[in-house]
Design a protein around this ligand. Structure first.
Ligand code: NAI
Length: 418
């Protein structure tokens, strides 16, 4: 076994079963894995992956390993690790894994540093903590060919690095592939965020007023599902276009200061900081529940909330009760971290199938083309996106029409009008 730091190796068998269960819903990744096993396109390549350690991620790790890579994995969030999955990856797949659910901040960064000790040639990141640590603490990074980035917040950080001329190697923005964010961010976050909230609270959504901060890909997914379960949904935004979309999709739109007075449940999905702040906590109703499903735990100003409070206690797993000085109680879920990964199991495998197909093919793409790239953030090539969509449809048994010659000609010409 390679050196690792995980919770309990005895959980490996349970992890193996859960990993197999996820694999059933990941036909596109399976297809890629088969080809990788035959062609070994990643032979001998050292990959450091900083991802949520879930059953779906485990299947990606196996696909990379089958492709010939030597993979080291660490967690991309202190609360998102599934300890049984970490155990099976160490015991049954021979990976080096550094991840423990509930690890403190120091351990979280120590785990990232341990993953980087493998001297990666490719990095695979979710939120850009691995890449930023690598940039801050290591030398000129000559060995690194390139990296991939899984989420919106990570891509934003990496673009900022590119702009500041500090990015030291090319990154492929997996998040921006259509087969990623159209589905993972919208349907994956939509379902799993509600799942995490229900598992931690067991509240009835029907009849509740749910305030969704941010009507991006994730926010619209959660808003639609909350409405489907009978909630009244209020959206807050800062972008006029997105606010307009929310309104025309049939949701109420208001500034947070107004929404704060009305919400029974708050969910932030903005990738922004202090979206729920002291003024909002003061306006909230007694008993309001506060949660976040954006990447970092900065969307809710928990330091400010603590200052307003005279007492904080844990009342259920992943539920903390803050008693404010006037006696009002507010409940914070999962320490303000991604609630779908803290209190539930993250996105369903069927949607991660496409996200991780992008990751696997992006790694192969970097290996083939990385040397010609500059130190920039690159999109996933359109052909990869189209191929993943085609494979996913095929796996679902869905056929679609093809353009006829006449249609192709018509769509490529300008002469024909009325
Ligand atoms: P997006 O960029 O499509 O949407 C974010 C929206 O938030 C934008 O419309 C923006 O205008 C809005 N916003 C920004 N500041 C705001 C504020 N102060 N108040 C109200 N709205 C505000 O991004 P996307 O893809 O929806 O991702 C959102 C966050 O969720 C990111 O941090 C991303 O990394 C994370 N994410 C989380 C997942 C999970 O598993 N929970 C999965 C995928 C992404």
């Amino acid at each position: 076994m390679r050196k690792s730091h995980i919770q309990d190796i005895k959980l490996a068998q349970m992890g193996r079963l859960r990993m197999e269960w996820a694999a059933r819903e990941m036909p596109v990744l399976r297809h890629i894995q088969k080809r990788f096993a035959a062609e070994k396109p990643l032979k001998g390549v050292r990959i450091a992956a900083c991802l949520h350690v879930t059953s779906e991620t485990a299947n990606l790790m196996v696909a990379l390993k089958e492709g010939g890579a030597q993979v080291t994995l660490c967690a991309s969030n202190p609360l998102s690790t599934q300890d049984d999955i970490a155990a099976t990856l160490v015991r049954h797949q021979g990976l080096a894994v550094y991840a423990i659910k509930g690890e403190d901040k120091k351990t979280y960064y120590r785990h990232i540093a341990s993953a980087l000790d493998c001297r990666p040639q490719i990095t695979m990141d979710d939120g850009a903590d691995l890449v930023s640590t690598l940039h801050e603490r290591r030398g000129p990074l000559l060995e690194v060919l390139g990296g991939t980035e899984e989420t919106t917040t990570g891509v934003i950080r990496l673009r900022a690095m590119e702009k500041a001329n500090t990015l030291k190697y090319p990154i492929v923005a997996v998040n921006d592939a259509k087969t990623k964010h159209f589905f993972d961010n919208r349907y994956g976050t939509g379902q799993s965020t509600i799942d995490g909230i229900l598992r931690s609270t067991n509240i009835l959504l029907a009849g509740k007023t749910v305030v969704i901060a941010g009507y991006g890909w994730c926010g619209r997914g959660v808003a639609t599902r909350a409405r489907g379960m009978g909630a009244r949904v209020l959206v807050t935004e800062v972008e006029p276009l997105r606010a307009l979309e929310a309104k025309m999709d049939g949701f109420e739109v208001a500034p947070m200061q107004q929404a704060a007075r009305q919400g029974d449940l708050f969910i932030t999905l903005t990738g922004d900081v202090a979206v729920l702040d002291v003024g909002h906590f003061k306006a909230m109703k007694d008993g309001a529940i506060i949660s976040n499903s954006g990447h970092f735990n900065v969307e809710i100003n928990l330091v400010g909330l603590k200052k307003l409070s005279r007492k904080v206690r844990t009342v259920r797993t992943f539920v903390e009760e803050y008693t404010l000085r006037g006696g009002k109680k507010l409940f914070v879920l999962g320490e303000g971290r991604l609630i779908n990964l803290a209190a539930a199991e993250g996105h369903p495998a069927s949607v991660m199938d496409m996200s991780f197909a992008n990751q696997a093919l992006a790694a192969e793409y970097i290996l083939k083309n990385g040397r010609q790239f500059s130190r920039k953030v690159y999109p996933v090539p359109e052909e990869i996106d189209a191929e993943i969509a085609r494979l996913k449809l095929k796996s679902m048994g869905i056929a679609i029409d093809a353009l006829t010659l006449q249609q192709k000609k018509y769509l490529n010409s300008w002469e024909e009008g009325t």
